[in-house]
Design a protein around this ligand. Structure first.
Ligand SMILES: [Zn+2]
Length: 492
């Protein structure tokens, strides 16, 4: 009986739709220089707005800054995601110009929130019509009424990526996927937002109703194998999960690869848009007691905020331009070995020609290509820990089917393998602004300023300590190009 009463009563700590609308509006008014309240669309049944709040400096402009998205409440009864989003919004904006880290994020990121994606379904829960309602309110049988027994679509099975693999075709199922992919205005609102932007990361907040609790799911494992960025997506999921302490107070969340492909948001957002998307199953119950909501939100912030840090840690970023006009080009960036030709190309954005690829420290081969241009190849690009490697690209237009051969290496290393010293010969020496030497983990060993035609490296670091045996990467940089060369060092 007590259990039944709990189910039937939603704690007033949880936001109603009107409270979400009022608070978002008042935050956007009070912090108008760093917040922008947007309406992504309206629900089909109750015509409620689907709000998005953007936090950034110069907030009305689409600046050349990394973008991150947080979404709450795909599933109506999973209320905690709304609370985490609202809590995070408040924490970020109220610390602007107070906390230096959060100020840096706001000034240098575009942080988007869709706290309440499913307002129709959410109202079913908040009005106690059905406190475990999951779907929206689509009138599946077109009888003009909302029927708890057989209406509604599971919005997290309605995305157009392997849609027919997932959910149910049965109106009455909690997992009804809708009559066709993106049949629901709520899912289309997320689609249109994410296609119009270049989000690097997304978290969609859920809470456990079926399956495991306190989990971070990421894309994907499937019969065809793993997602192409799997190694990079996975380590980030591991870090998010380790940063969120469980409700019990001991231990942390668990990161798990999502099995299978279906019409879920995380699969579409990553598969179609290339956004590293994490699905968090928050808490140990679907609707945690109101008394622990603040505590859950507080414990989730370090996991959510990791993405705001990670976006300027290891990876490769730069802008792609037409070499003649100087105009930005939306071109495909292929990281060799982390590429799946069955997915849409991962392209730089139209406005700035900007691309941003999140990688682990290491060495990568990259191809930049676009129809009508000669492909550019960059071998042995070094990605270090804790910083983004800059790679700006000028693409040359070509006519017809002609192709331009891969560029020749411009660094000569003698001898290779080396033991005690390395002679480095640069052609066109005056062009180079720096020559850096990295170890195989991408750590900077030494930086030779103003490199000239021929130099000798005595196999020591900046502190004159001998470096150990292994592979080293020489990276010579000009204003618009970098050239790399691998050297094997063998001590005798
Ligand atoms: Zn859910």
């Amino acid at each position: 009986m007590i259990w039944l009463l709990f189910l039937l009563s939603i704690d007033p700590r949880y936001h109603t739709f009107n409270e979400v609308a009022y608070e978002l509006d008042s935050m956007a008014t009070h912090y108008s220089s760093i917040t922008m309240l947007d309406t992504l669309g309206y629900t089909d049944i109750d015509s409620l707005p689907i709000f998005a709040l953007k936090i950034s400096d110069s907030v009305t402009m689409d600046e050349d800054e990394p973008e991150i998205l947080y979404i709450g409440c795909h599933h109506a009864e999973e209320l905690i995601g709304i609370e985490i989003c609202m809590y995070m919004i408040d924490d970020l904006i109220s610390n602007y110009n107070i906390d230096s880290t959060k100020t840096h994020w706001i000034n240098n990121r575009e942080i988007w929130f869709v706290p309440l994606m499913n307002p129709d379904g959410h109202n079913v829960v908040m009005t106690h019509m059905d406190t475990i309602w999951r779907k929206n309110k689509r009138d599946n049988d077109n009888n003009g009424f909302f029927d708890l027994t057989h209406d509604g679509v599971d919005l997290n099975r309605n995305y157009d990526f392997y849609w027919s693999n997932g959910g149910s075709t049965d109106f009455s199922s909690e997992f009804y996927r809708g009559p066709y992919s993106f049949s629901e205005s709520e899912a289309r609102a997320i689609r249109d937002l994410t296609l119009a932007h270049s989000f690097a990361f997304c978290i969609t907040y859920h809470s456990a109703r079926y399956g495991l609790t306190e989990v971070v799911y990421y894309p994907w494992r499937w019969s065809g194998g793993y997602s192409p960025d799997y190694p990079f997506i996975r380590v980030i999921a591991d870090t998010i999960s380790k940063r969120i302490i469980k409700d019990s107070g001991t231990g942390h969340y668990t990161a798990l690869v999502g099995q299978g492909l279906d019409g879920r948001a995380r699969n579409w957002l990553y598969g179609i848009c290339g956004i590293f998307t994490y699905c968090l199953e928050v808490g140990t119950t679907t609707i945690p007691p109101g008394s622990i909501v603040d505590d859950i939100c507080q414990r989730n912030l370090p996991g959510a905020y990791y993405l705001l840090e990670r976006v300027e840690e290891s990876g490769i970023t730069g802008c792609i331009y037409d070499s003649l006009s100087g105009e930005p080009v939306s071109a495909e960036v292929v990281i060799n070995g982390y590429y799946d030709s069955s997915l849409p190309p991962r392209k730089s954005d139209v406005t700035y020609g900007r691309f941003l690829r999140i990688l682990k420290p290491g060495v990568y081969d990259i191809e930049v290509r676009n129809c009508g241009y000669a492909s550019m190849y960059y071998d042995d690009i070094v990605v270090s820990d804790g910083q983004m490697t800059e790679l700006n690209v000028l693409l040359n237009r070509i006519s017809g089917e002609s192709t331009i051969p891969r560029p020749q290496k411009k660094i000569k290393i003698i001898p290779n393998p080396s033991s005690n010293f390395v002679i480095i010969q640069l052609d066109q020496p005056s062009d180079y602004s720096s020559l850096k030497i990295y170890d195989t983990l991408g750590r900077l060993v030494t930086n030779m300023e103003n490199p000239s035609g021929e130099m000798t490296w005595h196999c020591v670091d900046d502190n004159n300590r001998e470096v150990s045996e292994g592979i080293y990467w020489f990276v010579a940089t000009t204003t618009d190009e970098r050239t790399t060369k691998k050297v094997v060092l063998v001590r005798r």
